[in-house]
Design a protein around this ligand. Structure first.
Ligand code: CA
Ligand code: CA
Length: 242
């Protein structure tokens, strides 16, 4: 399940089935404010596994529990150790929650940065093959992406969606709390969808230190790859999710 990576690094590759997020497309009720109280799913019992949570009103949530203590680098980089990634959605938006060990810097130099890539066509090797930034980590070839959302807390600009050609798409919103909570919303329209997509989406996520210009920073252990933490490869089979 885990690829060979530099110590402390592995990759998350979650196959999301949009029907599991909100089959009736109930309002997820997510407010992007850096407060995780609106996320309801229980954590899986084991590290590096995911579960689907469902609320009585039909809202859905995918909950990934990431291992703790697997980030690397300086103390500031290790504070960016991802511990959870959650995904939900409604008619208009895809929502993401990333939690890290914290505490994190939320503006200026050494600010926490979260990147999440979206592989929409699931063609191996077709699309973006790395996270955004100098010496950013790679994604698995199976998860080559069509779009990626990048937080920009360093500069105070919130978040942006990009494609592999450097084009930017408006509408993403992000908020962060110094305790290590990041919430992001991405309009389906920013991913090129007029409607909630029916096909699975493969997601990879990474956690970085960044500067006041939102460039990713080395983790501080001499490794060329700058990610402080990415998440263990994992594929959620469609049959399991339904
Ligand atoms: Ca919230
Ligand atoms: Ca982790």
């Amino acid at each position: 399940m885990t690829r060979s990576r530099p110590r402390g690094l592995a990759l998350l590759s979650l196959l999301l089935v949009s029907t599991l997020l909100a089959p009736a497309i109930a309002r997820a009720g997510i407010v992007v404010d850096g407060d995780a109280a609106d996320w309801f799913g229980q954590l899986p019992p084991s590290d590096n596994t995911a579960r689907i949570a469902r609320r009585s009103d039909g809202a859905g949530e995918l909950v990934w529990r990431d291992a703790t203590g697997d980030a690397r680098g300086s103390a500031a980089a290790r504070a960016c150790d991802l511990t959870q990634l959650r995904v939900s959605g409604d008619h208009d938006h895809l929502y993401l929650l990333a939690r890290c060990a914290g505490p994190v810097t939320v503006a200026g130099d050494s600010a926490w940065q979260v990147q999440v890539s979206f592989d929409l066509n699931r063609f191996t090797g077709l699309g973006g093959t790395n996270f955004v930034g100098t010496d950013a980590a790679g994604v698995t070839p199976e998860a080559a992406w069509e779009y990626l959302v990048q937080t920009r807390f360093g500069s105070g600009l919130g978040a942006r969606v990009v494609d592999p050609y450097g084009n930017e798409y408006v509408g993403a919103v992000a908020a962060v709390n110094a305790s290590g909570v990041c919430e992001i919303s991405v309009p389906w329209a920013a991913l090129g969808f007029a409607f909630v997509p029916a096909d699975p989406i493969r997601i990879c996520a990474a956690s970085f230190l960044s500067n006041a210009s939102d460039d990713v920073l080395p983790a501080g252990d001499g490794n060329a790859s700058r990610a402080a933490d990415v998440v263990t490869q994992y594929a959620l089979a469609v049959g399991q999710a339904r």
